[in-house]
Design a protein around this ligand. Structure first.
Ligand code: NDP
Ligand code: 8X3
Length: 252
């Protein structure tokens, strides 16, 4: 019986790397994001490795679309959905609190927090029906410690950190495990998105030190999903060796 994992934000960075490790673990994949071309390419890559790869355009901010898309999955897939990785997210801009763009704030809150709630609410009934399931929320060091000009992004990740604890409590009676992973600086498309396509600004973030890469986080997911059923990993904080806090780096 193929077990399935649903990954949000699978078109890039952590999500794509997580898809790859879960394919190697033998999971069927349900890969979602907004960019279909990326998902099509990833499906092509992983189809020989995973027993089944389902892709779909899903903007996590659109509650009706989230519910509709998850609802239309084949019954056998929904019955065997075992893992949800709430990974879709972004930082938009970096500015002092009085100078932030309201549209950036809304995009971060709607994606990182509200979108994660929408997807979770659509999936949890499927897990409850099976009395098992695993939810992995991708938080951030930014949710543990705020940093200058990170304000709203940090707040969304702090909210998901708390939400993870609350979900774990509410889902305890149903055999559903809830984990979080809080990465430090990782070189993905994250900074390119944050700085709205400015490659110089984005690459400057990772100058002078070796950041994490997406595989580092995917391997942490692999660790979580391969624990036996009596073990729950609550929270992993994973940092580059030269990053001691949200703001303290040892750079060359
Ligand atoms: P990427 O920009 O490489 O990937 C982000 C993913 O989120 C993309 O696949 C993107 O897909 C998806 N996404 C964004 N908005 C939406 C949306 N509205 N609906 C559905 N999918 C969406 O960055 P990362 O891989 O680094 O980021 C993944 C997660 O990790 C995020 O939650 C981020 O906050 C978190 N994180 C990142 C860190 C880092 O330093 N890189 C450190 C700590 C946490 P598409 O555009 O196709 O929709
Ligand atoms: C992304 C890491 O420190 O740039 O969550 O906010 S950081």
């Amino acid at each position: 019986m193929v077990k399935y994992a649903l990954i949000t934000g699978a078109s890039s960075g952590f999500g794509a790397a997580i898809a790859s490790v879960l394919a190697k673990e033998g999971y069927g994949l349900i890969l979602t994001a907004r960019r279909l071309d990326r998902l099509v390419a990833l499906k092509k890559t992983l189809s020989g490795i995973s027993p089944d790869v389902i892709i779909g355009v899903m903007d996590v901010r659109d509650r009706l679309a989230v519910n509709g898309w998850i609802d239309q999955l084949p019954v056998q897939v929904k019955k065997n959905l075992d893992i949800l990785v709430n990974n879709a997210g972004l930082a938009a801009g970096r500015a002092p609190i009085d100078q932030g763009e309201v549209s950036d704030w809304e995009q971060m809150i709607d994606t990182n927090l509200t979108g994660l709630l929408y997807v979770s609410q659509a999936v949890i009934p499927l897990f409850k029906a099976r009395t098992e399931g695993l939810i992995i929320n991708i938080t951030s060091i930014a949710g543990k410690e705020a940093y200058p000009q990170g304000n709203v992004y940090c707040a969304t990740k702090a909210a998901v950190d708390q939400l993870t604890k609350g979900m774990r409590m509410d889902l305890l009676p149903f055999g559903i495990r809830v984990s979080s992973i809080a990465p430090g600086a990782a070189e993905t498309e994250f900074s390119l998105v944050r700085f709205k396509g400015d490659e110089d600004q984005a690459s400057a973030v990772y100058q002078g030190f070796t950041p994490l890469d997406a595989k580092d986080i995917a391997e942490a997911v692999q660790f979580i999903v391969t624990r036996p059923p009596h073990v729950s990993i609550h929270d992993l904080v994973i940092m580059p060796s030269v990053q001691a806090s949200a703001t303290l780096f040892k750079k060359d």
